[in-house]
Ligand binder design. Structure first.
Ligand code: MTE
Ligand code: MO
Length: 465
């Protein structure tokens, strides 16, 4: 833009949006006043992370999600000048500089920035507990620096100092608690639960029901691996919340809790909310988790602390947990108000009943096929009553054997973890499976379209003949 003012990087940097200062950012040689943007635009929270710096790494992602013409118009409106050329001040900080190292052998990568991956199906069913290195990762921004390589300290002890703010708790104060405080006051429990992205099986959904919000994005390639099963250790939210928000929790108990939501916010600016009633029911095993399979959470999975809400879509299991608050309405954040909503426009919470074929192999010297897979009930936390496999497209079914002996006996109240199973059926070109839970609910052949989320039709797998 000819004749427009120019600014140095340090001028941009001093408008960092803190203490009432405007929030400027640079983007491809332009300087923008993003003070309002942060408040009104989906993704604005994430842009705040780059206040006073260059937002290319963030904005390219949001421009992609939010239809470039609209974003382009908005950028024009908030442009205030150009970045001074030949500005030899320090190079811009790349917010993706400190991403953790990932193991490409056990992750199929969909996107690098932000990082998004699934567990390859060969690996998915290979153990009852999923290892942290293999568990899918769904990030919406760079991994925030939560001192995950603490100097002179172990991750274990660094977790103890991590602070969580409980906004506007009792008496209008916003007390901060360290993890050590929370643990000593409320104790810890270990529960087994799957973690699943609401977009898992998006590829099968598109095939069975037509295009969805995923079509044309790298996430169209999601198969069955945005899913894992683990033992999670943390503090019970059903004990923490009544202690810190006694009035709201008492009111919620009286009115069935429908009017309150628990809002979780991460250090990357991501947030999500879940109805208080779900979280207050101690049987739902909702915790603030610090450990996965006995190890401190890894940086990708939310170190030092994350919300772990069994049976609830991954999107609400906020990582790098920084603050908690209660709200009369679901939190106004893009992942809550735009993404991860069902076809009725409601925020997705509970995951559906699910079963997945992970592996088939011909039984030596026979015309039989050995089929292996997983099943779990999702949001209900019911046990799986049976899994059936068919080699004639559902005309007849054989019951699978469930490996109940490996299910972890920890402090879980319900069955939010998966079970693994095996079955033998005549060898054909395609096999499929379906699960039934202890309330008699069974998967349908094709589940209704939910904007691409929550697909739980029969798992169908081609067999090499
Ligand atoms: N929490 C934060 N702070 N930032 C995120 O991008 N992604 C959510 C959720 N929590 C996300 C987050 C989504 S959509 C999913 S599916 C899960 O984290 C993924 O958790 P994982 O990466 O540990 O598998
Ligand atoms: Mo997700």
């Amino acid at each position: 833009v000819p004749g427009e003012p120019t600014f140095t990087r340090s001028q941009v940097a001093s408008n960092d949006g803190v203490e009432g200062r405007p929030m400027w950012v640079s983007y491809r040689g332009g300087v923008y006043d993003a003070t309002e943007f942060r408040r009104i635009h989906p993704g604005g929270h994430i842009i705040s992370q780059a206040a006073g710096a260059d937002v290319s790494a963030f904005w390219d992602v949001w421009a992609h999600h939010h239809h470039s013409p609209k974003v382009g118009q908005y950028l024009k409106e908030i442009r205030i000048g150009a970045l001074k050329e030949k500005d030899d001040e320090e190079a811009t900080h790349d917010p993706y500089d400190s991403e953790p190292v990932r193991d490409a052998n056990v992750q199929t990568i969909f996107m690098d920035r932000p990082y998004c991956s699934e567990t390859p199906v060969e690996h998915l069913g290979s153990s009852y507990l999923t290892s942290p290195a293999a568990l899918y990762v769904r990030n919406h921004a760079p991994v925030p620096d939560c001192a995950w390589e603490p100097e002179g300290e172990s991750r274990e002890s660094n977790i103890q100092h991590h602070e969580v703010v409980f906004e506007e708790g009792d008496a209008g104060a916003s007390p901060t608690f360290t993890v050590a405080d929370l643990q000593s006051r409320f104790g810890t429990v270990t529960v087994t639960s799957i973690l699943q992205c609401a977009g898992n099986r998006a590829g099968e959904d598109i095939k069975a029901t037509g295009n969805s919000g995923f079509t044309g994005s790298p996430l169209e390639r999601i198969t069955v691996g945005m899913l894992g099963n683990a033992q999670w250790t943390g503090v019970r939210l059903a004990e923490v919340l009544p202690a810190l928000y006694p009035k709201e929790c008492a009111a919620a108990a009286q009115h069935g809790g429908g009017e309150w939501h628990v809002v979780f916010e991460g250090a990357d600016g991501y947030s999500g909310s879940t109805p208080l009633a779900r979280i207050l029911d101690p049987k739902n095993d909702c915790i603030l988790a610090t450990h996965m399979n006995g190890e401190p959470l890894s940086p990708d999975h939310g170190y030092p602390m994350r919300a772990l809400l069994p049976g609830i879509a991954g999107a609400r299991n906020v990582k790098w947990l920084q603050s908690i608050s209660l709200s009369r309405v679901p939190v106004d954040a893009p992942w809550n108000e735009y993404y991860y909503k069902n076809r009725d426009g409601e925020q997705i919470q509970q995951l559906p009943l699910q079963s997945i074929i992970t592996d088939t192999a011909q039984k030596e010297g026979t015309q039989l096929l050995e089929v292996r897979g997983l099943a779990y009930s999702g949001g209900s936390g019911n046990s799986i009553a049976r899994v059936e496999v068919s080699s004639d497209d559902g005309k007849s079914w054989s019951e699978a054997t469930i490996k109940t002996e490996e299910v972890k006996k920890d402090q879980s109240s319900k069955s939010f973890g998966w079970v693994r199973w095996t079955a033998e059926v005549p060898r054909t070109a395609q096999v499929c499976c379906r699960a039934t839970d202890t309330e008699g609910k069974t998967q349908c052949e094709i589940s209704p379209k939910q904007r691409g989320y929550l697909y739980n039709g029969w798992s169908k797998v081609k067999v090499e003949m």
